[in-house]
Design a protein around this ligand. Structure first.
Ligand SMILES: C[S@@+](CC[C@H](N)C(=O)[O-])C[C@H]1O[C@@H](n2cnc3c(N)ncnc32)[C@H](O)[C@@H]1O
Length: 261
């Protein structure tokens, strides 16, 4: 996997522009910093030649799924799973991807036995877990996502570090403790945790360290700071927060200028 992103061009922003113009007012739970983080990471995947299918568990009206779907290539399937598929979801997604989308109305606990994934090999590059917010459901959804994510993909867990749903954060760390070499948490921010395979951890960490801040600025979200406050062996995870002081990047308390990955 390549480790640099392309410089922003108007071509690259055509997806984001289309999203902001036509879909950002959809009702849902997907905020401006996350929109910019997703668009940055998906653009990075594009520049690095990463390919694979897309899965979202917990779609509602598609506020987040629309942005990832806009980034999908024609031959990449988008699988949208929700306990209740809203009637307005299909027309919204049809307007951007008329084929190669599967709408699976089911609880995610039924996914493995339903055949919903039968036609798609375990080759997914973008998986968003935003369904039932219990610890049990998150463990179930992580287990499913772990069977599907490819070596270069990103898995996102919603409401990570949200005090309203502490069970989600606990479930993710419990899962990681039992599966220490299957996924790594490389970024936390704006309510979401971002995980990838160990094979691509360094590429994503390097991308966050070298490019994410600039890519946020280029997407008109400059009021953020990106934290990496300890040594790699202690915790190799970045955090992105609302702007702190004059810092683009903030290192450990003992030397805020050092960003070690
Ligand atoms: C917070 S909303 C998703 C928000 C959406 N991603 C967005 O961008 O606005 C949670 C969704 O998960 C669905 N859901 C709840 N429990 C579920 C389960 N066990 N399996 C699948 N979907 C579930 C709900 O029907 C609801 O549409």
């Amino acid at each position: 996997m390549a480790t640099t992103s392309l410089p922003p061009t108007s071509m690259q922003f055509s997806v984001l522009d289309r999203y902001l113009k036509n879909y950002s007012r959809l009702e849902g739970w997907f905020w401006p910093d996350s929109i910019a983080i997703w668009d940055s990471l998906l653009s990075f995947q594009k520049s690095a030649g990463v390919a694979g299918h897309f899965l979202e568990i917990g779609v509602y009206l598609g506020k987040s799924a629309v942005l990832s779907t806009l980034h999908s290539r024609d031959n990449e399937a988008c699988i949208l799973v929700d306990a209740i598929i809203q009637k307005d979801l299909r027309p919204t997604i049809d307007s951007i991807k008329p084929s190669n989308v599967i709408y699976a109305q089911m609880r995610s606990t039924d996914m493995l036995h339903s055949g919903a994934l039968a036609k798609h090999p375990a080759n997914f590059r973008w998986i968003h877990i935003d369904g039932e917010h219990t610890g049990m459901a998150v463990i179930n959804d992580l287990n499913i996502a772990n069977t599907l994510l490819n070596d270069d993909g990103v898995m996102i867990v919603d409401d990570f570090f949200n005090p309203q749903y502490p069970q989600i954060t606990a479930a993710v760390f419990d899962w990681l403790r039992v599966h220490p070499i299957e996924l790594t948490l490389f970024l936390i921010g704006d309510n979401k945790g971002y995980l990838c395979r160990p094979r691509s951890t360094h590429s994503y960490l390097l991308y966050v360290k070298d490019s994410l801040f600039d890519d946020m600025v280029a997407r008109d979200r400059p009021n953020v700071s990106i934290w990496k406050t300890t040594r790699a062996a202690d915790m190799n995870t970045f955090g992105i927060t609302p702007r702190f002081g004059n810092f683009n990047y903030i290192g450990p308390d003992w030397n805020k200028k050092i960003i070690e990955i």
